[in-house]
Design a protein around this ligand. Structure first.
Ligand code: NAD
Ligand code: UFG
Length: 360
């Protein structure tokens, strides 16, 4: 076990100085959420094995906020390590981002995905229960809805018709959390179903840093914009959408991070009223954009028409997916603020400032 501490813990006094364990906090969404939490006065303790991230991201979180992050390097699969962390820190809440997330890779390595995402979560839940930390916010995904029959997607739509092992880990974990809550209502659990997170912090210091060739549209487009790849590959233009390309609900990662702060505030109220509860929210903008919309918007930002080629459909892709965000607006008081232009602008800035990701 290796433990790296990059900061110190102070004794918390006010409600806002609570200790939040962030699993996977060095990753794309986790690092942006750390920034928002630190800026709100929370203490952030990150557990991450850096399988898909870099400790440099956490240094940059400290640079952006001027605050310390406590970092324990290790895997959720290592129960002894995790117990040591829980013995060293007093946690009030856990935000659980840690997991493998590449859809295509999950089809090739299902066992690794089930082992990491499910077993890692089981170990976390066992340790949380042992140390009586029963407040959990979990990164779920719009992928649990599969192919929706109507749009926009509300939280009560049927779930489970997922087409790949990654998506199934999200669906299975949602069901498992529900069983755990049903058996013991001391638990407070919030499932956040993200739509398509893109963008980066406006400082350009943190952003999405995929290993190898990006699977997702925006990181690929950003690399075409800076000349890493010659053209964008559009996976099919014969979908049932206005221009034939897939339509998704892209959300700025900073808006998404702020959604976690709002969810945490909601959970704090639930804890104060001593009612364990399980809640589910969509986090999206409610607006769908096509692949062509994205290419046009990004071309405007980078000042040249980005080249593309239309190729075959990608297996498992659906026509359209966008959220109804009414529930999050009404219950969390949260609404995404940044538009597509801002999402592209921030993605581009991050890509230009960090052509090799976190490697200097
Ligand atoms: P990411 O890969 O950037 O972050 C995940 C982090 O978890 C990484 O830092 C990785 O090193 C860490 N990790 C993985 N397995 C671990 C383990 N066993 N122990 C400790 N750390 C481990 O991904 P992200 O985009 O920030 O996604 C965060 C969460 O949100 C994931 O659970 C993902 O499935 C979910 N999600 C992401 C998207 C998206 O498009 N980015 C959409 C919906 C849901
Ligand atoms: N696309 C391309 N070319 C590319 C990549 C994607 O044309 O190089 C298209 C896809 O066909 C799709 C759209 O761009 O129509 C978006 O694709 P992404 O891969 O960026 O995103 P997905 O909606 O397929 O999936 C993402 C995450 C999943 C998550 C889901 C819902 O990868 O993990 O959003 O949250 F489950």
């Amino acid at each position: 076990m290796s433990v790296v501490c990059t900061g110190i813990i102070m004794i918390q006094k006010s409600n806002l100085e609570k200790n939040i364990l962030i699993t996977g906090g060095a990753g794309f969404i986790g690092s942006h959420t750390c920034v928002e939490l630190l800026q709100k006065g929370y203490h952030v303790i990150v557990v991450d094995n850096l399988v898909n991230s870099s400790a440099e991201a956490l240094k940059r979180v400290e640079e952006i906020t001027g605050k310390k992050v406590t970092f324990y390097k290790g895997s959720l699969l290592d129960k002894e390590f995790l117990e040591n962390v829980f013995q060293s820190e007093l946690f009030h809440y856990v935000i659980h981002f840690a997991g493998l997330k590449a859809v295509g890779e999950s089809a090739l390595k299902p066992l690794e995905y089930y082992q990491n995402n499910l077993t890692g979560s089981f170990v976390l839940l066992e340790v949380m229960r042992k140390y009586k930390v029963k407040n959990l916010i979990f990164s779920s995904s719009a992928t649990v809805y599969g192919k929706p029959n109507t749009l926009p997607i509300t939280e009560d739509f049927p779930v489970g018709c997922v087409t790949n092992p990654y998506g199934r880990t999200k669906f299975f974990l949602e069901e498992i959390f529900r069983d755990i809550y049903n058996a013991d209502q001391e638990w407070n659990i919030i499932l956040l179903r993200y739509f398509n997170p893109i963008g980066a912090h406006e400082s350009g210091l943190i952003g999405e840093n995929p290993n190898g060739i990006p699977n997702n549209l925006l990181p690929y487009v950003a690399r075409v914009a800076v000349g890493t790849y010659p053209y964008i590959r559009i996976y099919g233009n014969n979908y049932n959408t206005p221009d034939g390309t897939g339509v998704r609900d892209y959300i700025h990662v900073v808006d998404l991070a702020k959604g976690h702060v709002k969810a945490l505030e909601k959970m704090e109220k639930d804890v104060d009223s001593r009612n364990g509860i399980m809640r589910i929210y969509n986090l999206g903008t409610g607006i769908g954009y096509s692949v062509f919309d994205i290419i046009r918007a990004f071309s405007k930002i980078c000042g040249r028409r980005l080249p593309y080629r239309v190729e075959e459909r990608r297996a498992g892709d659906i026509d359209v997916c966008y959220a109804d965000t009414t529930k999050a607006q009404q219950e969390l008081g949260w609404k995404a603020e940044f538009d597509l232009e801002r999402m592209c602008k921030d993605t581009y800035r991050w890509q230009v400032m960090n052509p090799n990701g976190y490697v200097k």
